[in-house]
Design a protein around this ligand. Structure first.
Ligand code: NAP
Length: 279
């Protein structure tokens, strides 16, 4: 099975479906990633904050690295220059690899100079340790700041995106500035499976609600990284390319935006030891 890809400013290609790995550890993440790779996924998304890079590295050791697209992320508490370099080294060591296809700033941190962080990203890029750099959970304003201080292109903004949280202004800004959009929590963590429109379309196309939601995103050239620990779901989530939504049905989902985030909410806990801002 060949998975379609989007092209990045470097000329590299990024498979439009990847396997997410947030909140799974130990044998669960090993099994999930192994199943994904056996099923035909070639793109894995992790982060130092997920604390599962070493388990993913165990699985990657049995695979041809050059066939894979691997993303990791640096925590907001590690965004000063030396910490970015150290965090990346640690991710590379755990993941059993000498380069990342994509390295993202996981969340913005207004307490650290973005120029300093981007300089470190550029250094990693020059060293060949990071092929493409990007950001995650950046607003249009924050992305614009990153673009202004970076000497290398910001290839990707990984953001919460699904039919209930469509963020048209941010999407438009990413497209205008040639930044690829990657949908984190593309299934809204399951919250939107009860949506009547999604359920009706699943019945109409004889697909599952998850497939309808993922197909809708990839039709917009948005990269999706659904996470699952079920082998059936992992297979289902990549079976998206021998059918399509007709224009009216696609539009029907466009019309269902509720401006409803599941994780990128105003009440996020910034004092948390992973996402918090270090003193
Ligand atoms: N950059 C960021 O800050 C950020 C934030 C959030 C997420 N992410 C990335 O995006 C990935 C995906 O987001 P997420 O894990 O938060 O949520 P998600 O992928 O939207 O949803 C995951 C949930 O959906 C279920 N599921 C998956 N496939 C299904 C299917 N075909 N049918 C029914 N249920 C299904 C999973 O349960 P089962 O295990 O039972 O299938 C799990 O409970 C993450 O793992 C992570 O890599 C990044």
């Amino acid at each position: 099975m060949t998975i379609p890809s989007v092209s990045l400013p470097s000329g590299d290609t990024m498979p439009i479906v990847g396997a997410g790995t947030w909140d799974i550890e130990g044998d669960t993440v090993r099994d999930s990633v192994r199943t994904a790779l056996d099923t035909g996924y070639t793109h894995i998304d992790t982060a130092e904050g997920y604390r599962n890079e070493a388990e993913i590295g165990d699985v990657l050791a049995d695979n041809d690295r050059d066939e894979l697209f691997l993303t990791s992320k640096v925590l907001p508490s590690n965004l000063n220059y030396e910490s970015v370099l150290e965090a990346c080294e640690s991710s590379l060591r755990k993941l059993n690899t000498d380069y990342l296809d994509l390295y993202l700033i996981h969340w913005p941190n207004p307490a650290v100079s973005l120029r300093e962080t981007m300089n470190a990203m550029e250094r990693l890029h020059e060293q060949g340790k990071v092929r493409n750099v990007g950001v995650s959970n950046f607003s249009a304003y924050q992305l614009s700041a990153a673009e202004h201080v970076s000497n290398i292109p910001i290839a990707v903004n990984q953001i919460e995106f699904h039919p209930w949280f469509q963020r048209p202004d941010l999407i438009e800004y990413c497209r205008e500035t040639d930044v690829r959009i990657e949908a984190a929590a593309p299934l809204a963590r399951g919250e939107l499976f009860g949506d009547d429109t999604i359920q009706e379309l699943a019945d109409k196309y004889d697909k599952t609600p998850a497939q309808v939601v993922l197909r809708w995103a990839v039709e917009k050239d948005v990269v999706v990284i659904p996470k699952s620990s079920s082998a059936d779901h992992i297979r289902e989530n990549i079976a998206l390319f021998d059918w399509k939504l007709d224009e009216t049905d696609h539009q029907h989902l466009d019309d269902g935006d509720r401006n409803h985030p599941v994780y990128d909410t105003a009440t996020r806990d910034w004092t948390d030891d992973i996402y918090g801002i270090a003193r």
